[in-house]
Design a protein around this ligand. Structure first.
Ligand SMILES: [Mg+2]
Length: 371
């Protein structure tokens, strides 16, 4: 089998409801701008990937033409070179795995190890809401079947966030797990970074979270404060999570060596592909730690991470980005024929079609494609 074309397609989907104000970006989101890579082969198998804007691949795609798509580890080294100079090309690597699993005729999760065919999903919220509003939100998502929810702590004063957690825990009792995400690991420009937590603040927050049986505290400090994370982790019973935007195996090796994290969260569309994400899962497993990949990109990225997570033995939950009325499956997965949704018991099932198992909705995409 040979690669015949690496094709980049870009789609813009306007948000039809109110603008979305997630804690990790300093300006509201009003639309999705998604770049999808398609890798075509001479056997008629096409692989797809998406997550981030891979503008470099408009030129770098030519490097792959004529090569065997199944030589993924070899292509990974080439993509690492692209990443050094031209952004994050990792959806290209995801598309190669899509081809490999399609060629094998099995879902990608099976090719990678086949540990699970479904995972418990946690509802990943995005915005800061008042205690009353957040309680109402969480009760609704519990009715949908979710067994876990992640709250954002990003107010200038974390005590305001704590009031939200207090209200939610009182409302749901022990019927759901709760995670907390500080979103202090990285910054989208022009974020003025007015009130990030320092090490002492993070330690105070973690101590408070212990009283609410919070399952993990994510990105309480800057992602490269390896020692700060390690110190925090050693001084709290709350699990410390991170790594969603880190790049490459070597950064995770530093987390590992410094004992910075309890939960490793590489996103296969950002971190260095499925190749790196599965190695990080193994690294965590060897130390009796957890693996729970970040998935917040779009339906294709979510599905790719779901396969990696389902193949691992140490993934307790899959992140399910869901923040109505803005971030709902129909918006997040606008490019797919079938948006991904949990079942009534809170599980997200691995698509059972060969490969990543999602299909582009070509009829709908016709009017959204940017030429
Ligand atoms: Mg996060």
């Amino acid at each position: 089998m040979k690669i015949t074309e690496v094709k980049m397609r870009r789609f813009v989907f306007d948000q039809t409801k109110q603008p979305f104000h997630p804690t990790w970006r300093p300006f509201p989101e009003t639309h999705q701008d998604v770049m999808v890579v398609e890798i075509h082969t001479d056997e008629g198998i096409t692989g797809i990937g998406a997550g981030g804007l891979m503008t470099a691949m408009n030129t770098a795609g030519a490097f792959f033409v004529g090569k065997d798509p199944l030589a993924i580890e070899e292509h990974w080294h080439l993509l690492r070179g692209v990443a050094h100079f031209m952004g994050r090309p990792w959806p290209v690597e995801n598309a190669l795995w899509d081809i490999a699993a399609k060629k094998a005729g099995v879902p990608l999760a099976q090719l990678l190890g086949g540990r699970h065919d479904k995972l418990l999903a946690y509802c990943s919220t995005g915005e800061i809401h008042s205690p009353e509003q957040r309680v109402e939100d969480v009760l609704k998502i519990r009715d949908l079947g979710f067994k876990a929810v992640k709250l954002r702590f990003h107010n200038p004063d974390w005590r305001v966030d704590l009031k939200v957690l207090d209200a939610v825990r009182k409302a749901i009792g022990d019927t759901m797990k709760i995670m907390v995400d500080g979103n202090w690991g990285w910054y989208i420009p022009p974020d003025p970074r007015l009130h990030p937590w320092d090490r002492k603040t993070a330690r105070t927050v973690a101590r408070e979270l212990e009283h609410y049986d919070v399952f993990w505290l994510e990105e309480p400090l800057y992602a490269y404060d390896y020692e700060g994370l390690a110190e925090l982790r050693a001084n709290t019973t709350v699990r410390i999570a991170g790594g969603e935007l880190n790049t490459g195996l070597h950064e995770f090796e530093v987390y590992h060596e410094k004992r910075s994290l309890d939960v490793y969260q590489p996103d296969c569309t950002f971190a260095g592909g499925i190749t790196v994400a599965r190695k990080v899962a193994g690294m965590a497993e060897a130390a009796n730690l957890l693996f729970a990949p970040h998935t917040w990109t779009n339906g294709i990225g979510l599905a790719a991470n779901l396969h990696v997570a389902a193949a691992a033995s140490n993934c307790p939950f899959i992140e399910f980005p869901y923040a109505p009325p803005n971030w709902v499956p129909e918006y997040r997965d606008f490019m797919l024929t079938e948006p991904l949704m949990i079942d009534r018991d809170g599980y997200l099932h691995v698509p059972d079609a060969p490969g990543i198992g999602v299909t582009l909705d070509e009829d709908r995409l016709k009017s959204l494609e940017q030429k």
